[in-house]
Write a protein of this length. Structure first.
Ligand code: MAN
Length: 130
C-alpha cells in the first residue's frame, strides 16, 4: 500500500474521526470502516478499499460493501482529504442515495506548493513589519 511521501498517512492507522451533521453522526476510521449513527443504531457505510489521488491531486479514500440500501446498492463512501490545520470531518454529502462523500481536513494532505505559499505570506508579512 502507498502511504504517501515519507509514509505520512500511516500515522492515521488506528485513528477514528466523527462529526455530528444534522441528525446523523458520521464516523470513519482510515484503513478501517465508515459508519452513520443515529442514537444507538449504526449503519455500516463500508470497509476500506483503496487510497488514490484524483485528477486534482486530492487524496480519496474509498470504503465499499456497506449495509445494503433499501431498493438500492450496498452503501459506500468516498473521503476527500484536504489540506488544513486540524484532523476533522467538515462535511458529509449523499450525492446519490446510499453513496456518501466526506470532506476531511488534515495537515497530512498539504502539498509542498501550499506550504511554499504559506511561507511566502509569512516572509512578506515579516518584510512589511521591518
Ligand atoms: C437511511 C440513511 C440514509 C439513506 C436511507 C436510504 O435513512 O442511511 O442516508 O439515504 O437510509 O433508505
Amino acid at each position: 500500500m502507498d502511504f504517501g511521501e515519507k509514509n505520512i498517512y500511516a500515522s492515521l492507522f488506528n485513528e477514528c474521526y466523527s462529526t455530528k451533521i444534522q441528525k446523523y453522526t458520521y464516523e470513519f476510521c482510515p484503513f478501517g470502516k465508515a459508519s452513520q449513527k443515529e442514537g444507538s443504531s449504526s449503519t455500516d457505510l463500508g470497509s476500506f478499499k483503496s487510497f488514490d489521488f484524483d485528477n486534482k491531486g486530492e487524496l480519496i479514500m474509498t470504503f465499499e460493501d456497506g449495509q445494503k440500501c433499501w431498493n438500492g446498492p450496498k452503501r459506500s463512501a468516498n473521503i476527500v482529504f484536504k489540506c488544513n490545520t486540524e484532523n476533522e470531518i467538515v462535511s458529509v454529502q449523499e450525492p446519490s442515495t446510499c453513496v456518501y462523500r466526506y470532506t476531511f481536513h488534515t495537515p497530512l494532505a498539504c502539498q509542498q506548493s501550499e506550504l511554499d505559499r504559506l511561507n511566502d505570506l509569512i516572509q512578506n508579512q515579516f518584510k512589511t513589519e521591518l
